[in-house]
Design a protein around this ligand. Structure first.
Ligand code: MF3
Ligand code: CO
Ligand code: CO
Length: 278
């Protein structure tokens, strides 16, 4: 989501609205998120063998949409604020919200695929990086750093820790690897709503921010750049790119805070959480 966004309307707006409070969820709500997260992860698993030289991001979008509908779920992005696709496909210097198109992927590209499904009213939101053909060492290194930064952020999650602990862990690691962190977009609460409180910044100070409590649901979705952190949104109103046109990467999980730590709802059932997808 966009960090500056505070209001939006969606199909749920009459039922539940975003009032700024952080919702605490029950055991049956965890069951709902488990199902939604699993289907979203299975959708990304399905796309793994399809991401090859020559495939179009439009073809990936069609496959994702059909898979979701065939499973009795809804593509959350389709129709969201006028977005016309099921997935976001962000190639090379595209930070996020890349729009599926008819241009074929080429050898050496790296692409983030981000999908959100709605199962029985619950949102599962996840993204991964996909290498196209043979990628170079810089790209491979960025992908590894980005995945590790996500998992280090998630490792901070337990009741009593804060959102700042998550951001600080990501910042310390990514900047220590001489990478920069996108500040224009952040993780978000989710559940029956797609984007809810709290905002999860991917940088910050230990002990600052919101205190984590059992039953909170949110995403962590760091965008990490090889060059400068600065982004701009293209005239299509969606595509966010790095201003210096250098490579960027992102991974995203949806998760819940448990009594003792964290449950990741969007882990790959096939073990395909990060490349190489052998
Ligand atoms: N899935 C994105 C997120 O992580 C949101 C995409 S909104 C869309 O929050 F409309 F671009 F699909
Ligand atoms: Co998200
Ligand atoms: Co997402």
């Amino acid at each position: 989501m966009n960090q500056t966004d505070t209001q939006y309307s969606d199909a749920n707006a009459d039922v539940i609205s975003r009032d700024g409070s952080i919702k605490l969820h029950s055991a049956t709500d965890f069951d709902g998120m488990r199902k939604a997260g699993k289907l979203a992860a299975q959708c990304l698993d399905l796309l793994v063998p399809m991401v090859q030289v020559g495939v179009t991001t439009e073809a990936l979008d069609n496959t994702a949409r059909e898979f979701i509908l065939d499973n009795g779920a809804l593509p959350a992005c389709l129709g969201y604020r006028g977005y016309k696709h099921t997935i976001c496909t962000s190639v090379n210097h595209v930070v996020c919200h890349g729009i599926p198109a008819s241009k074929p992927l080429k050898n050496g590209d790296i692409v983030n695929i981000d999908v959100t499904v709605i199962v029985d009213g619950w949102h599962g939101d996840t993204s991964r990086m996909y290498p196209v053909g043979k990628i170079n060492r810089k790209a491979e290194r960025l992908i590894n750093i980005t995945y590790d930064s996500l998992m280090l952020g998630i490792a901070q999650i337990k009741p009593g820790n804060t959102t700042g602990d998550i951001g600080a862990a990501i910042q310390e690691f990514a900047q220590g690897e001489r990478c920069s962190i996108v500040q224009d977009f952040c993780g978000h609460g989710l559940g029956r709503l797609f984007h809810d409180a709290p905002n999860i910044l991917h940088f910050g100070t230990k002990g600052q921010g919101e205190v984590l409590r059992e039953g909170m649901f949110f995403t962590v979705e760091p965008m990490i750049n090889l060059g400068r952190p600065d982004c701009k949104v293209l005239s299509d109103g969606w595509t966010a790119v790095t201003r210096d046109k250098k490579l960027t990467a992102q991974f995203e999980h949806s998760l819940g805070v448990t009594a003792t730590g964290v449950e990741i709802f969007t882990k790959s059932p096939a073990g395909l959480d990060k490349p190489p997808y052998l």
